[in-house]
Design a protein around this ligand. Structure first.
Ligand code: H79
Length: 429
């Protein structure tokens, strides 16, 4: 009987994790930060703001009466959700989370709760989420909604730090009742019974226990058991949600439950014209491997342009990650944390049933890989070159795997080991 999060918090880890199974197996998803901030793209009044273009209204202290003009230039005529979804699927991603509303209060969906939405405030004049939901459904991709429940600089929600506009002088409870809760209901009732698959809250400033309970009750009333992250309330323990959300980092110690690292592909979440700090695909792959080896999910962000297209460097990175995933995806999807608590000299490991995947990002000298396992595998194979000879034996309580003397490529290289039974773990260096 999935009632509020209070009862949820009392459940055992196993009960709590049952509804998270598809999400855990997915391991790899796409975050999408899209809104009218893609129009100024990190520049205002001749000044370039770096870091996070979705924060421009806040950083440049733009009054709502001026900021709304960006919506008049938000006309994503090249928006083709099928293309987005194909890019995600081809990259090996299994779910997608899009900003239904970010801190600037702009809704990507028609809303009766505020005219500050795509249907009423832009020349595009129609829903952006529905077509994406449909494209995801057709492709078998799950879709979640990010919703900034507390910060809303446009509709009278909370404001991080100093306020700069009279519209922000508002009763927060009135904002929750007038905007946030009705919009959350709209998001939960418009797109179908299993949509969204996840609710992704953010920055719970002002979300005192009674307010968080009020929002959660609204969610449970229409979508009992809805998968949620851990950012609903100020007191995280009151509404722990289903998973932890380390942002822009991979935790040194693996959390004791489901978790998801979200990361940008350059430095900004929203599209930022001046941000050219694109991470090489090899780094994204390495981060995916590290996260997966610790039992987490990797939610990789894309900031689409105002015309509805993904920036070319993002597409290039997704294609490269996809090339890697087509060869090595079995080390990612449906796996759980490897047996080693931290990175070994050569890299990471994940496992599924009797398989163990060694994800090598630092090729061992002479191709001699030392793995702290006490049992021999039945087979050992390089996923990128299944015909390559791979030897294995146990010497001094260490599994020694003989690989080609030099690395076959630049990206992480995976060796798949199949065991007859769960191997015993040796001394971890
Ligand atoms: O949606 C993305 C961020 O916009 C959001 N969470 C991710 C998923 C986020 N909101 N707040 N924060 C992250 C942390 C606050 C960062 C800040 Fe700043 C430091 C706010 C002001 C100083 C970054 C740098 C944003 C503006 C300047």
């Amino acid at each position: 009987n999935p009632t509020g999060s209070d009862s949820y918090a009392n459940k055992t880890n196993v009960e709590r994790d049952a509804g998270v199974e598809w999400w855990r197996d997915a391991r790899f998803g796409m975050f999408i930060h899209w809104g009218v901030y893609a129009v100024p793209a990190g520049e205002y009044g001749g000044k370039v703001f770096t870091g996070a273009s979705e924060w421009l209204m806040h950083q440049a202290k733009i009054p709502a009466s001026e900021y709304r003009h960006f919506a008049e230039a938000f006309n994503p005529v090249a928006y083709d959700p099928e293309t987005w979804v194909r890019a995600a699927v081809d990259a090996g991603m299994k779910y997608l989370v899009i900003t239904a509303k970010h801190h600037d209060g702009f809704a990507l969906f028609p809303s009766k709760a505020s005219t500050w939405n795509v249907a009423e405030a832009t020349p595009y004049g129609r829903d952006l989420l529905g077509p994406l939901v449909d494209a995801c459904r057709r492709a078998g991709l799950r879709i979640g909604f990010y919703y900034s429940q507390a910060q809303d600089w446009f509709n009278g929600g909370s404001v991080f730090g100093e306020k700069w506009d009279p519209v922000q002088e508002n009763d927060f409870d009135a904002y929750l009742d007038r905007v946030a809760i009705p919009q959350i209901r709209e998001l939960l009732t418009t797109y179908g019974p299993d949509i969204p698959a996840v609710l992704w809250w953010d920055t719970p400033s002002d979300m005192t226990p009674d307010r968080a309970a009020r929002v959660d009750a609204a969610v449970q009333a229409v979508a009992p058991g809805m998968l949620q992250n851990d950012r609903l309330g100020l007191i995280r323990e009151q509404h722990p949600g289903h998973f932890d959300t380390p942002e822009q980092r991979i935790p040194a110690n693996r959390p004791g439950r489901a978790w998801e690292t979200c990361m940008t592909t350059n430095e900004s979440w929203g599209f930022c014209a001046s941000d050219n700090a694109w991470k090489p695909a090899a780094l994204l792959i390495r981060q995916l491997c590290e996260v997966v080896s610790q039992g987490g999910n990797y939610l990789l962000n894309i900031g689409p342009r105002a015309d509805g297209t993904f920036p070319e460097p993002s597409l290039a990175a997704l294609r490269e990650v996809g090339d890697w995933m087509r060869v090595n995806g079995e080390a990612v999807h449906g796996t759980s944390a490897g047996p080693f608590p931290y990175r070994l000299p050569w890299g990471f490991a994940s496992r599924r049933d009797r398989m163990m995947y060694l994800m090598i990002d630092e090729w061992p000298v002479g191709g001699l890989l030392e793995v702290p396992l006490l049992d021999l595998p039945e087979t050992a194979q390089l996923l990128s070159d299944p015909e390559a000879p791979v030897g294995f034996r146990i010497v001094d309580n260490v599994l020694r795997i003989t690989l080609p003397a030099s690395a076959p490529g630049a990206a992480v290289c995976v060796v798949a080991l199949r065991f007859a039974a769960e191997p015993r773990i040796g001394n971890i260096p």
